[in-house]
Ligand binder design. Sequence first.
Ligand code: SF4
Ligand code: SF4
Length: 345
Amino acid sequence: MGLLTGKLLGHHKYQHSFLTGLLIPKGPGTSVNEYNGVGVDHWYRARSHYHGKRNPWIFLGLFFALRILFDSRECFRYVTKHMRREKHGHRDIAAEKVDAGPEENTRLMKEYAMAHPEVDAVGVTRMTDEYRYEGIEEGNQYPWIIVVARAMKYDEIAKNLEGDFSRVLTQVIGGYERSQKAAVDVSNWIRERGFYARGYGGLTKRSTEFHLTIPPAIAAGIGQLGKNGSMISDKMGSAFRLATILTDMEFVADKPREIGVEEFCVSCKKCTEDCPPGALNDEKVMVRGTRKWYVDFEKCMPYLAEHKACGICLTTCPWSRPGIAPSLSQKMLKKMARRADAATS
Ligand code: SF4
Ligand code: SF4
């Protein structure tokens, strides 16, 4: 056992480092999986473990964050840019409203977003309690949430399959910074039209409006949830980052899209096999009233913290290989259609 990095003792048998062992909280009330509602068969609002005051994993989280910031100048730069933009990047809201109506607002906003160099996909949906963390009420006044997605460079992140996690780290942190730039720019486009809008990225520290991103992204048609606990898109596979915009401009909501992810994931075991600490599962888990794919945080987080990144489950996913996702989606949709036809004939 090393001081900072543990070792793999066998398939899915990961022994964490001495320091991680000290930082992992122990005892009653320290299980993040319990805190996340694993095994609970009724719905309640999600709790934020990154911003909550009762976070017993805070020391491991800080250890992780400090290692990233001290070890990678590039990441330090991304985080600083993200923070500065969050604080100073939003323009004043124009005094006069320019409202083209929901359909035209949607068309123009998407046209602007898709022309942005840091956007590969955009969708919009209504903000609901499902996307708001428990105890965070301030964001309730904004009825819409726009989601923008930015692809990461596969060749860079795939270095993690060779044991080099430095490139995936800069792609993840850089991806958060780039998608946040897009979100703030889209917000400013809305603000210039006299409506409230604020862009959020994955590194946000603005806890008062902190919200979930994957559920609204699914509702907005960006992609579907994969067995690896991340989203899969029919354009970018599983290698992308999300950022959001809360706003009161009126839009037409997008719909969730069937792209064949579930059909593929039920018979694929690539990510569950390849996850070093065995944090992924081939069976869905009940989480706050919904059976879904779930990442065991208590196995994933120590591994992430020790290696300063991981993302093996993103790169190993067949959907993430460049150029594969669109055709894979078509193939799965055809397979599903054939089965539906056979069932009705
Ligand atoms: S990030 Fe790494 S440790 Fe976490 S679930 Fe994915 S493969 Fe497993
Ligand atoms: S690796 Fe396979 S099972 Fe895992 S998310 Fe990708 S398609 Fe689904």
